[in-house]
Design a binder for this molecule. Structure first.
Ligand code: ADE
Length: 224
């Protein structure tokens, strides 16, 4: 998979992408992540990328030219399955959407700033708009990191068997059951006996009951 990220702040991605799972996935060739500074595409002599909104009002708007040229340049080199704009008014990211995106070959993630991007970019270039939740971030960068993390860990080979995404919360619309490790008794706080019984089928049944009970109690909306 190849992910191209268009941003005004490429350095914001350095930390998250140079540690842990994403770093390993890049090094092993499971994913290629390319960062592009939108300012590099500005034709303005001061590398300006924004302008005042028509009709007045507070805040600046990211202009068409630099973003259109950046996307045109990328599209001239390869086809993209999704050209995604990160925005709080997009479709809320969930595990199903992450699963869907993980089947892509190439995707573009466009990070907005200020009041957002000129609507015509959304009308003519953007194929998907994604929000990571009902709150407003300073820009799309942290949201794009969340999408990359949620998607890359699903790519074949990225997680080991022990880390497998198949048992994650949400994979079957259920929260994950409680988990424990040694010691089995910590100052009188005991691990449920069933997990120490060695009885695989009963343990599986217990985990399923716990997952259902937790989901009913904490996230009944997932069961609808
Ligand atoms: N940009 C600003 N806020 C955002 C959010 N909640 N999700 C995605 N992109 C954003």
């Amino acid at each position: 998979m190849r992910i191209d990220i268009l941003t005004l702040f490429p350095a914001l991605f350095e930390g998250p992408f140079s540690e842990s799972m994403i770093k390993r996935a890049c090094e092993a060739g499971h994913v290629e992540i390319h960062l592009h500074d939108i300012r590099d595409y500005s034709k303005d002599k001061h590398r300006k990328v924004d302008d005042y909104p028509f009709g007045g009002g507070a805040g600046m708007v990211m202009a068409i030219q630099p973003i259109a040229d950046a996307i045109d340049h990328l599209k001239s080199e390869r086809d993209y399955d999704h050209i995604i704009y990160m925005t709080p008014d997009g479709k809320t990211l969930n595990q199903g959407l992450a699963n869907h995106l993980s089947l892509s070959g190439n995707i573009i993630l466009l990070c907005g700033h200020y009041k957002g991007i000129d609507q015509r970019l959304r009308d003519h270039y953007i194929t998907d708009e994604i929000s990571i939740g009902d709150y407003v971030l300073t820009g799309g960068e942290l949201a794009a990191c969340v999408v990359v993390d949620a998607v890359v860990r699903l790519l074949p080979g990225v997680l080991s068997d022990e880390e497998s995404a198949l048992t994650d919360s949400f994979q079957d619309n259920l929260l994950a059951p409680p988990i424990y490790t040694r010691p089995s008794d910590y100052n009188g706080w005991k691990v449920p006996d069933i997990l120490l019984s060695g009885h695989e089928a009963k343990i599986e049944e217990w985990r399923m009951q716990q997952a259902l009970e937790r989901t009913k109690r904490l996230r009944p909306d997932l069961l609808k």
